[in-house]
Design a protein around this ligand. Structure first.
Ligand SMILES: [Fe+2]
Length: 296
């Protein structure tokens, strides 16, 4: 039975899909952590990663020593998983893969990802136009912080289920095309990105998979001022806690990474080394594609 998350009338299809999703979280043969033994994933490892992303929208990989991973590794890993269309943004390096580290000067310094402060819950690219919707991302850890810098993640499909189970009208509110508006980005008096309005939930045209656009921040974000939307936002925020059994916490070590179909995630604050070449460094690649489905 094909499930369309935008169709609130087909309860039978929803219940079938819901059961499958929950069943994966109860075990049933899926690994969310995949070991890559030889520096490049083999076919079996790729299949495991795809299967985990299919079940949980998120997978942790661990490169076996002595491999640590490079930008080239991140790019090749993406290609092997069907992730081809890299998103460039104002802060990416010239190869469109972003080095995330503390930056005290330049354009980066104005953005929280490049500080040691906590990053609130969001999905990537929630401020992008629909034509640049982020389907997936890879975060690769070159060096962790001295302490902190964990990632918490919540499969947005589980968030959908929790919202719909609480009140199906919350989904209806989040499907409105003006549910969430991000004001323009103005740098030195010049508008570098216009205001973006859009729904929270939408469907990826290529894969028919559910996409979520969300940020828990309270500044520079405008929710539609109707009672149901505001109630849905409050309930959504209440789900973003380590008390939620579907929230997954992981602190990446060097040579480890996260591959995700743009799940909800955050980052805790961290303490960095005083020595520049020992400070926290992640490579981040964002894609307009989603991780391809496992080949059976
Ligand atoms: Fe992010």
């Amino acid at each position: 039975m094909i499930f369309n998350p935008l169709d609130l009338n087909n309860t039978a299809a929803y219940l079938h899909w819901r059961e499958q999703k929950i069943s994966a979280y109860e075990g049933n043969g899926y690994n969310q952590v995949v070991h890559i033994k030889k520096g490049v994933p083999d076919l079996h490892e790729l299949k495991e990663i795809s299967a985990a992303c299919q079940a949980f929208n998120c997978c942790i990989y661990k490169l076996q020593s002595p491999y640590k991973g490079t930008k080239r590794f991140v790019k090749d890993l993406g290609l092997l998983l069907g992730l081809e269309r890299l998103d460039g943004n104002l802060c990416s390096d010239e190869d469109n893969i972003t080095s995330i580290q503390v930056m005290s000067e330049g354009r980066h310094a104005g953005y929280i990802p490049y500080t040691d402060r906590k990053l609130t819950w969001h999905t990537d690219g929630y401020y992008n136009p629909a034509s640049k919707t982020i389907g997936a991302m890879i975060l690769h850890c070159v060096r962790p912080a001295q302490t902190g810098g964990e990632n918490l993640m919540l499969d947005h499909e589980m968030a959908y289920i929790q919202l719909r189970d609480k009140n199906p009208q919350f989904i209806k509110a989040f499907l409105q095309p003006d549910a969430l508006t991000i004001p323009p980005n103005i740098e030195n008096g010049k508008e570098i990105r216009g205001a973006q309005s859009g729904p929270v939930f939408s469907i990826d045209a290529l894969s028919s998979a559910l996409h979520m656009r969300f940020s828990a921040r309270t500044r520079n974000i405008k929710w539609k001022e109707d009672a149901l939307t505001l109630e849905a936002v409050e309930y959504m925020k209440s789900l973003l806690s380590s008390n939620n059994p579907y929230v997954f916490t992981y602190r990446m070590c060097a040579g480890e990474g996260i591959i995700a179909n743009n799940v909800l995630h955050n980052r805790t604050a961290f303490t960095d080394s005083k020595v520049r070449d020992q400070q926290r460094l992640l490579y981040r690649a964002r894609y307009y594609d989603r991780v391809k489905k496992p080949v059976s």
